[in-house]
Design a protein around this ligand. Structure first.
Ligand code: 4NP
Length: 149
């Protein structure tokens, strides 16, 4: 069983969207027994909270099944258990490297690294452009799935 964890600042917008979209890709490919997917925050800001309504609305609009979720901050156990830890932006990567045991650094990657780019999955917290988040995630998620499989 492989494990991928998506990470953003609050774990209420980008990373839960990535988690739910990746769950759908995994289930379409009948890989549910092979790959586990979760999401976490770097910060404590939103711990225990549900995903942002804008994220849920966009996922529903796109036909992505909604999974029950409460924001959780990443832990040392998560760093140990995961095969891949995918941050949404450069600040996430910086924070993850500060928080993780050095032996797990090799697992940490920027989402757009899948396309050889240094771009961020931009934070929809400020401008509510959840359609942009969805579009950006559709570009990178299938590539991370292939890398895991
Ligand atoms: P996310 O968005 O990192 O994509 O979940 C944010 C959620 C909460 C905050 C910032 C970004 N906040 O400042 O509380």
């Amino acid at each position: 069983m492989k494990k991928i964890i998506f990470v953003c600042l609050g774990n209420i917008c980008r990373s839960p969207m990535a988690e739910m979209m990746m769950r759908e890709l995994i289930s379409e490919r009948n890989l549910d027994q092979d790959i586990q997917v979760e999401s976490r925050s770097t910060s404590t800001y939103e711990i225990g909270n549900s995903p942002h309504l804008g994220a849920i609305k966009e996922l529903k609009r796109q036909g992505v099944p909604i999974v029950e979720h409460q924001a959780k901050q990443i832990t040392t156990t998560d760093f140990n258990d995961a095969d891949l830890i995918i941050g949404m932006d450069e600040q996430n990567i910086y924070d993850l490297e500060q928080m993780s045991p050095t032996e797990d650094w090799f697992k940490i990657h920027l989402a757009y690294e899948a396309l050889g780019k240094k771009e961020d999955i931009q934070d929809p917290w400020y401008d509510h452009k959840f359609d942009r988040t969805y579009r950006q995630l559709t570009e990178v998620l299938p590539i991370w799935l292939e890398k895991l499989n």
